[in-house]
Write a protein that binds this ligand. Structure first.
Ligand code: GAP
Length: 511
C-alpha cells in the first residue's frame, strides 16, 4: 500500500493523529487514537509476554525518565550522541548531512531497482536477481558508485572529518530538497538529547536530560535487580518506556519521532560468552517477528560494519516499510562498556560474584532494542490492503482491510444486531457483548446496513463479526464472519466467547 494511504488511513480510522493538529501540528510528535492505543498495547503485551513472562531468567523494570546527569556522561551520550547537521543558507532549512548523502545513493539504488524489474519481466520465471545484480555492467557500476560514496562518508564521519562530509555533498552536487539551492553551511555536530533544568539548582549543575534510551535505567539498577530478585548470570532485565531524541530531520510519520517508546532488554552474561548470546538473541528476535506472520522476504539482517562506541558486534533487523528496508530493531553486543563506565563515574562497584567460577566480574551485555512505534508502523503498513471481493449483487467490489494477526488486532470482535429497532435482537446482542467484554476488546455496532458495518470493521482489522438475527432468537445461534476468508458460519451463541478468546489470544503466537 502506498505510504500516503497508510498515513491517511491511520488518521481516518482513529489510529494516529498529528500532535497539536489544531495549532498546525508539532513536527515529529504524534498521538495515538482509540484503535491505535489498542494496537500499541497489544504489541507491548506480545513483547512483554515473550521476553519477560516466558523467560524465568528475565525480569521487568520501570525506571524513571529523569536520571542523574552523570548517567549520560558515563554512557557517552553527552559527548558522542550527535548527528552531523548542515544548513542551506538560502532556504534556511536544516538537514542531516549523512541523510542527504544516503538520499543521493537511494536515487541510484532506485535506478538499479528499475533495471532489475525490467530484466525480471524480460526473463520471466528463469530470472535470477542475484546473478543479474552481480553481472549486469550498468548495475555493477552503479552499485560500486553507491559503495564508494557510503564508504567515504562513513570513514569521514568516524574520523570526525566534517569538512570532507561537506566536500562530498558539494562534489555530488546535492541540492536542498526544498529550494534546489546548493549554498551550504559547514557540517557540525548537534547533540540529540533534550535537556531541562531542575527548579532548585541553578546552572550546569541543575541540567537534566530526558533519557534518549531506556537502557541506562537498566544498567544503573543492575545490582539492585540482581540482588533483590535473586538472579544469576546469565539473566536479563526488560523495560518498556518513553525515550526522547531531538531529531532535526523528522520524516516518515511515526518512523522517526522526537518522543517515542522503546522496548529494550539487557541480557547480562559471562565475559567471553557474549557472541553466543548475540547469535541467540538475533535469531530469537527474528522469530518473534515471523510468528506474527511477517513474510520472511520483508525482514532482513543488516550487520553493522561501523560499530557504536560501546559495541563489539551489532545488527539491525530491517523491515521493508513502504519507503524501503529500514531499521526496525537493533541487537547489540555492548561488552562491559556501560557497567564499567557507571562504576568509574559513580565510584560504586557493579560486579557480579559468579559462584560457579568463584570470581567477581563486570558482566557483558547483549541488548535487544525495538521501537514500539516503528513496530506499530511496520504492522500497520503490512496489514493495510485493498482487495477485490464478491458483492451482494453477484459482482465484485473493492474493500479496504487491515489484516492484523488476531492477537494484536485492536478490536477482536464486533457484535452486530441485524436491525437496530428490534428490541429482541438488540437485547441478545447486548447480552453477548456483556459475555465477551471481560475477555476481549469487543465492539457493539448497530448503525447502518450490515454490509457497511462489515466494511467498517474490515477497515480497522477486526478479525470476527458476530451477527445476531431472528434465527438467534429461535435457536440461540449467531453468524460468525471471518475477516480474511469472508466465510460465514452459524455457531451456538454460548460457544462464541470461547472461540473469539482462543483465536485472538496471544498464546496463538507461541504454539
Ligand atoms: N539502547 C539502544 C538504542 O537505543 P537505537 O538503535 O538508537 O539503539 C533502538 O534505538 C530502536 O529504537 C530502533 O531500532 C528504533 O526502532 C527505535 N528508535 C530509535 N530512534 C527512534 C525515533 N526517533 N523514533 C522512533 N523510533 C526510534
Amino acid at each position: 500500500m502506498d505510504f500516503k494511504n497508510v498515513v491517511a488511513h491511520c488518521k481516518e480510522y482513529a489510529f494516529v493523529y498529528q500532535s497539536s493538529e489544531i495549532y498546525d501540528g508539532l513536527a515529529a510528535a504524534y498521538d495515538y487514537g482509540p484503535y491505535g492505543i489498542e494496537l500499541k498495547n497489544n504489541i507491548k503485551e506480545y513483547w512483554w509476554k515473550s521476553m519477560v513472562q516466558m523467560h524465568q531468567n528475565i525480569v521487568g523494570l520501570d525506571a524513571a525518565i529523569f536520571m542523574h546527569p552523570k548517567v549520560w556522561k558515563a554512557s557517552g551520550h553527552v559527548d558522542a550522541f550527535n548527528d552531523p547537521l548542515i544548513d542551506n543558507k538560502d532556504s534556511k532549512k536544516r538537514y542531516r548531512a549523512d541523510q542527504l548523502i544516503e538520499g543521493y545513493c537511494e536515487k541510484i539504488e532506485n535506478k538499479i531497482r528499475k533495471d532489475v524489474e525490467k530484466a525480471r519481466k524480460r526473463f520471466g520465471d528463469d530470472f535470477d536477481e542475484a546473478q543479474f545484480r552481480s553481472t549486469n555492467g550498468r548495475v555493477v557500476e552503479r552499485q560500486e558508485r553507491i559503495d564508494s560514496i557510503l564508504k567515504r562518508m562513513n570513514d569521514s564521519l568516524s574520523k570526525e572529518d566534517l569538512a570532507d562530509v561537506k566536500s562530498l555533498i558539494e562534489e555530488l552536487e546535492i541540492a536542498c530538497p526544498d529550494s534546489g539551492s546548493k549554498n551550504w553551511t559547514d557540517v557540525r555536530q548537534f547533540n540529540l538529547m533534550f535537556s531541562t533544568q531542575l527548579g532548585n539548582v541553578a546552572g550546569e549543575e541543575g541540567k537534566l536530560y530526558l533519557r534518549p534510551e531506556t537502557a541506562q535505567g537498566i544498567f544503573t539498577n543492575f545490582l539492585n535487580v540482581q540482588k533483590s530478585s535473586r538472579q544469576k548470570v546469565p539473566f536479563g532485565i526488560a523495560q518498556i518506556g518513553k525515550a526522547f531524541r531531538n531529531e532535526i530531520v523528522a520524516r516518515q510519520f511515526i518512523f522517526r519521532m522526537k518522543e517515542f517508546e522503546q522496548m529494550e532488554m539487557q541480557f547480562f552474561v559471562r565475559p567471553g560468552t557474549e557472541m553466543e548470546w548475540y547469535a541467540h538473541w538475533k535469531e530469537t528476535r527474528l522469530q518473534w517477528h515471523k510468528a506474527l506472520g511477517v513474510p520472511a522476504d520483508k525482514l532482513r539482517f543488516h550487520d553493522h560494519e561501523k560499530l557504536a562506541h560501546y559495541a563489539n558486534a551489532a545488527a539491525d533487523i530491517e523491515f521493508e516499510f513502504p519507503f524501503g528496508f529500514r531499521e526496525l530493531e537493533g541487537i547489540h553486543s555492548r561488552t562491559d562498556f556501560d557497567l564499567t563506565q557507571h562504576q568509574e563515574l559513580s565510584g560504586k562497584k557493579l560486579q557480579y560474584f559468579d559462584p560457579e567460577l568463584n570470581e567477581n566480574y563486570v558482566p557483558y551485555v547483549v541488548e535487544t532494542s525495538i521501537g514500539c512505534d516503528r513496530m506499530f508502523l511496520a504492522q500497520v503498513s503490512l496489514a493495510l490492503q485493498e482487495e477485490s471481493v464478491p458483492d451482494s449483487k453477484g459482482g465484485e467490489s473493492t474493500r479496504t482491510v487491515m489484516k492484523f494477526h488476531p492477537a494484536i488486532a485492536p478490536v477482536k470482535c464486533a457484535i452486530l444486531p441485524l436491525l437496530k429497532n428490534d428490541e429482541g435482537l438488540v437485547k441478545a446482542s447486548q447480552d453477548l457483548y456483556s459475555a465477551l467484554k471481560f475477555d476481549v476488546n469487543a465492539q457493539y455496532d448497530e448503525k447502518d446496513a450490515i454490509g457497511r458495518r462489515y466494511r467498517r470493521q474490515d477497515a480497522i482489522g477486526t478479525p470476527y463479526c458476530l451477527t445476531v438475527d431472528h434465527q438467534t432468537l429461535e435457536d440461540n445461534t449467531v453468524t460468525i464472519r471471518e475477516r480474511d476468508s469472508l466465510e460465514q458460519q452459524r455457531i451456538g451463541i454460548d460457544e462464541a466467547p470461547a472461540i473469539i478468546r482462543d483465536n485472538c489470544s496471544v498464546k496463538k503466537l507461541f504454539v
